[in-house]
Design a protein around this ligand. Structure first.
Ligand code: ADP
Ligand code: ZN
Length: 610
């Protein structure tokens, strides 16, 4: 058995390497560089943790996720691996202690924030140490086009310049081809072996719902699929975060707001409750999430359009890290598109930058409006091909109905034209519907040939306009109070040279088929009492040690205990997630509790039938 596998089994309690973990580890152990792209929950941490243990010296892990460092160090300690972190939350004394551990090589891993890693003081300390490797986590932060840009990341090649012989590994879960190239460029990783794993998160069900009244749609979705589950709801503005959180509380859910306008203590407290209690919903701006490593987030909902597919993918990727079924749900309407376009137009970035942002936003809109498999499009965006539709997204399970919208679209466009391209959506729809409002009469727009034509209702017209804007036939002029303007692409449609099929308006009904609805690791009813008892025990341990429950043992591990009913520590050692140290610390008690809930005949029969 290789040394790496030995550590995987005995320290971490896992039987096999996943994906390319073994190869990546071998590369580093051999002293070579690696560039790793693996989806969230794929198991990136082990790729540098195991080589750091195997190589002489300390592995230095650069991470922007200060909030996460404590968790990671705690989780390693649970497996008997010595690690520490260095960041701005520590006092001078604490930092000195950590540096001492570093000098005397009493730890295998050190997590450090980029600002600190680049300080002269730290670099000086490193001169006196043996360094096993540099791991640059969340490496996409180097990209200035990206959503998590950290200027300090662009200076990290300094580490390499100072310590050219130390192998490096850069890791990310979110990078398109261009970003990967940038990482390689900026970090001078030209010779690095690339390990690009599939981006797919097969356990996540993608659903996007179009139309207004997103909040009610959200509630229908939560009530139906996640009545007691933990989840994250993303909103664009702080105000909306507050109102949605309050509203969910009125519906009886424990929902907490999180945004940059709250003071630090409140934010930390809300995050702590979300991590440590079961079934909490966090309603947040995108300020929340970097560094949230909670494995059992069962849904991520968006009440606004994310700016681009990378953000969407990263945010939704926080669901279902444990591999169990999870939902990514998004609602958006006409106003969202207009707002997003406005924000983009008003940004004072230079033209080239704006073009990139604009292009990324168009891809996001296209993704929302498409009628084919979502997963195929998502993966395609990251240059990955999925041969068959996935069967686990809304469009696959519930194919959207389309209609021939050519005639209606022509009416809509010509109404925009005849009213002089000076009015917003609501006005134009009023004209189309023949509402003789005062302003319309004043402008004599009741005399137009498009006044009161067509037989669509208000929602259907809004749906049509949303799609015309999303598809680029129309745009809202920001300098002109959102007046609708026609783009050159309208011509073929108006001339009758082009046909247009669009999605039918979706009423805010319950989805016909359920999305992922199994909320927990599958358990048969007979196992529930044991599972609950194990969970209670875990909560007590977590409380005593001041760490989140999943740092002690994952739900998956508890479920496996229920399933296999180990009677001895040899048997318990076979359960995934139980390494030598957890066996020693918790084994006896886990076995004792298991014996208190003997498996019943009937449940054995049930199990063998299924
Ligand atoms: P990432 O950083 O890629 O999002 P993590 O490194 O946090 O993912 O790993 C996600 C989960 O998968 C963790 O609970 C980890 O312990 C588990 N894991 C990693 N590698 C393996 C493996 N080879 N076998 C079983 N579980 C694994
Ligand atoms: Zn699909």
């Amino acid at each position: 058995m290789s040394q790496a596998l030995d550590i995987l089994r005995n320290r971490f309690g896992y039987a096999q390497f996943r994906f390319q973990q073994q190869k990546i580890i071998d590369t580093l152990v051999a002293g070579q560089d690696a560039l790793v792209l693996m989806p969230t929950g794929g198991g990136k941490s082990l790729c540098y943790q195991i080589p750091a243990i195997l190589r002489e010296g300390v592995g230095i892990v650069i991470s922007p996720l200060i909030a996460l460092m404590q968790d990671q160090v705690d989780a390693l300690a649970q497996n008997g691996i010595r690690a520490a972190f260095l960041n701005s939350t520590q006092g001078v004394d604490q930092q000195q202690q950590v540096k001492q551990l570093l000098r005397t090589a009493e730890i295998d891993l050190l997590y450090v924030a980029p600002e600190r890693a680049l300080g002269d003081d730290f670099l000086q300390t490193l001169e006196d140490c043996r360094i096993a490797l540099f791991a640059i986590d969340e490496a996409h932060c180097v990209s200035q086009w990206g959503h998590d840009f950290r200027p300090n990341y662009q200076k990290l090649q300094r580490l390499h310049e100072s310590f050219p012989d130390v192998p490096r590994i850069a890791l990310t879960a979110t990078a398109d081809k261009r970003t990967l190239g940038e990482i390689e460029q900026q970090l001078q990783l030209h010779g690095a072996a690339r390990y690009v794993h599939s981006f797919d998160r097969p356990n996540i069900f993608y659903r996007i719902t179009q139309g207004d009244n997103g909040r009610q749609r959200l509630w229908n979705f939560i009530r139906e699929h996640h009545a007691t589950d933990a989840g994250i709801v993303y909103c664009l503005s702080r105000k909306k975060v507050e109102t949605v959180a309050a509203w969910l509380r009125e519906q009886g859910r424990n929902a907490l707001p999180y945004h940059a306008g709250l003071d630090k203590t409140t934010r930390a407290e809300h995050q702590r409750i979300f991590l440590q209690q079961e079934g909490v919903i966090i309603v947040a701006t995108i300020a929340f999430g970097m560094g949230i490593d909670k494995p059992d987030v069962r849904f991520v909902a968006h009440l606004n359009l994310p700016k681009n597919i990378e953000s969407y993918y990263q945010e939704t990727g926080r669901a279902g890290r444990d591999g169990d079924p999870a939902n990514a749900w998004l609602a958006y309407g006409l106003q969202d598109i207009i707002t997003l376009r406005q924000m983009m137009a008003q940004s004072d970035a230079d033209e080239q930058f704006k073009r990139v942002l604009h292009h990324k936003m168009e891809s996001m809109l296209g993704f929302c409006e498409q009628t084919g498999c979502r997963r195929q499009t998502l993966l395609d965006y990251f240059d990955e091909q999925l041969a068959e539709p996935c069967g686990n997204c809304d469009n696959c399970v519930d194919p959207p109905q389309t209609w021939d919208a050519t005639e209606a679209a022509r009416m809509a466009l010509s109404c925009v034209y005849r009213t002089g391209q000076r009015f917003g959506v609501n006005y134009v729809i009023d004209v189309l519907m023949g509402h003789a409002r005062e302003r319309i009469l004043q402008n004599n727009h009741d005399q137009l040939s498009t006044f009161g034509i067509g037989d669509l209702d208000n929602n259907e017209w809004r749906s049509l306009f949303r799609q015309l804007i999303a598809l680029g036939y129309l745009y809202a002029d920001i300098d002109n109070y959102g007046a609708l303007k026609m783009s050159p692409g309208c011509k073929p449609l108006l001339n009758g040279e082009q046909q247009l099929r669009l999605r039918k308006f979706e009423k805010a009904l319950k989805p016909k088929k359920p999305a992922a609805s199994k909320s927990r690791t599958e358990l048969c009813a007979a196992d529930t009492p044991l599972f609950d008892a194990l969970r209670l025990h875990r909560s007590q341990l977590a409380k005593e040690q001041g760490v989140p429950p999943y740092v002690i043992l994952h739900d998956k591990t508890l479920a496996a205990i229920c399933d296999l009913r180990p009677e001895s520590s040899e048997q318990l050692a076979l359960i995934p997630g139980i390494g030598a140290r957890k066996l020693e610390l918790y084994g006896a008690e886990l076995i004792r509790i298991t014996q208190e809930y003997p498996q019943q005949e009937s449940s054995l029969a049930e199990a063998s039938e299924s």
